[in-house]
Design a protein around this ligand. Structure first.
Ligand code: ADE
Ligand code: ZN
Length: 345
C-alpha cells in the first residue's frame, strides 16, 4: 500500500492472493517519517523529499539500479525491534485492507538486521511473531518467505537458509533469491538452495527479470525453483518456455515493478498476455507496493484495463496463486475451495 492517501480502487472487491511482496518494499511513507523523527534517521523529514529516496518518481530513470537504490535508504529505518514489529504488522494490515486473503510475504533478514547489527535469528523471530499476530488481528492468512540477495555474500545466505529451515514449524515456508540479477550469477547459491529444498523449504527465485531467459532455466534446474519471481523474459527462448510449461512452474508477475525498473519500455507492451497465451501459469503481484506506490488492486486493474486480460482469467489467476502457494496441502486445499466458491470459478 502506497500511503494513507491512495484512492480506493473498485477491484478491491475481488478477493485476492499475493505470492510476491517484499516486506522491505512495503513500508508506509507516514511510518517512515515517524521513525525518522523518533529515531533520528538521517533522511529528510518532509514527505516530499523522503518519497524521492524511497519511492519511484515519475521523473526517475526507469532502471533496475535506480529501483534497487531505494532499498539502500530503506535499510536505515530498521532501528529497533518495535520498528520491525510495526512495519511487519502494517504490511499485513495493508494487504488485508486491499482484500488480500492470503499473503505470502517475503523479507530479507540481512536487510532488517543491518542498521543496528541485530542477530539474524532475532530478526526472523520478530517478523514471524508480528506477522502471526497481525494475521489474526486483521483476518488474513499469511505465509513467510526468507529472501537473500545475489549481490550479497553466500555465507550470509547460508546462515539465513539454515535459520529458515529451523523456523519452518513457525510458518516460514520458503527461500527466495533476489537482488541484482543483471550483474550477479546464481552459482554461488546453488548448493545452499538445494540443501534448503532437501530440508523441506519451498523455493522461489527472481529470474528472467533483469537477466536473460537462461536464468529461468538455471533457477528451475540448478536452484530447484517451483516458482519464478517475474520471469517475463522467459519468452525470449522457446525451449525454456517449454521447460517452464512442462514443469508447471508458476510465474509471479509484477507489471508496474517491471515498467519502473526498465524490464519493459511501455506498460501496454508488457509480455503478461503473451505468457498467458503460451499456457504459462501467471499470477499477479505487487513486488514492492510502497516503492512502486501501488496496491494489488491497482495491478489487477492495470492488467484488466491496459493489458486487456479478462476478469475471468484474472479470477482464475487468483485460484492459481492459491494453488501455487507454499501452504501445507490441507490449508491450501481449504483456501482454494473457499476462493473457488466465492469467485464462482
Ligand atoms: N528486491 C526487491 N524488489 C526486487 C526486484 N524486483 N528484483 C530483485 N530484487 C528485489
Ligand atoms: Zn521481488
Amino acid at each position: 500500500m502506497a500511503d494513507d492517501t491512495t484512492p480506493l480502487n473498485k477491484y478491491i472487491t475481488l478477493p485476492k492472493v499475493e505470492l510476491h511482496r517484499h516486506l522491505e518494499g512495503s513500508l508506509r511513507l507516514s511510518t517512515m517519517l515517524d521513525i525518522a523523527r523518533k529515531h533520528g534517521v538521517t533522511v529528510p523529514v518532509s514527505m516530499l523529499n523522503l518519497s524521492g529516496l524511497v519511492q519511484v518518481q515519475d521523473k526517475d530513470p526507469l532502471t533496475f539500479s535506480n529501483f534497487l537504490e531505494k532499498f539502500k535508504t530503506l535499510r536505515l529505518f530498521y532501528k529497533s525491534p518495535d520498528v520491525i514489529h510495526r512495519v511487519t504488522r502494517e504490511a499485513v494490515e495493508d494487504a488485508a485492507r486491499d482484500n488480500v486473503r492470503y499473503l505470502e510475504l517475503r523479507f530479507t533478514p540481512v536487510a532488517l538486521s543491518r542498521a543496528e547489527g541485530f542477530p539474524l535469528h532475532d530478526v526472523m523471530d520478530w517478523v514471524i511473531t508480528s506477522a502471526g499476530e497481525a494475521a489474526k488481528d486483521f483476518n488474513i492468512k499469511v505465509g513467510l518467505i526468507a529472501s537473500v540477495n545475489r549481490h550479497e555474500s553466500p555465507e550470509l545466505a547460508e546462515q539465513v537458509a539454515w535459520l529458515a529451515v529451523e523456523h519452518q514449524k513457525r510458518g516460514l515456508r520458503g527461500l527466495d533469491l533476489a537482488g541484482n540479477e543483471a550483474e550477479f550469477k546464481s552459482a554461488p547459491f546453488h548448493e545452499i538452495f538445494k540443501e534448503a529444498k532437501g530440508s523441506g523449504l519451498r523455493v522461489t527465485i527472481h529470474a528472467g527479470e533483469w537477466g536473460p531467459a537462461e536464468n529461468v532455466r538455471d533457477a528451475i534446474e540448478n536452484l530447484g525453483a517451483e516458482r519464478i519471481g517475474h520471469g517475463v523474459r522467459v519468452l525470449e527462448d522457446e525451449s525454456i518456455t517449454a521447460l517452464a510449461k512442462e514443469r508447471g512452474t508458476t510465474f509471479e508477475v509484477c507489471v508496474t515493478s517491471n515498467f519502473q525498473s526498465g524490464v519493459v519500455n511501455e506498460l501496454e507492451k508488457h509480455p503478461l498476455p503473451r505468457m498467458l497465451e503460451k499456457g504459462l501459469k501467471v499470477t499477479i503481484n505487487t513486488d514492492d507496493p510502497s516503492v512502486s506506490r501501488i496496491t494489488l488492486s491497482n495491478e489487477v486493474q492495470l492488467t484488466h484495463e491496459k493489458l486487456n486480460v479478462s476478469m475471468d482469467t484474472l479470477k482464475k489467476s487468483v485460484i492459481l496463486a492459491a494453488e501455487s502457494s507454499f501452504l501445507p496441502e490441507a490449508e491450501k486445499g481449504e483456501l482454494v475451495r473457499s476462493l473457488k466458491s466465492e469467485l464462482a470459478v
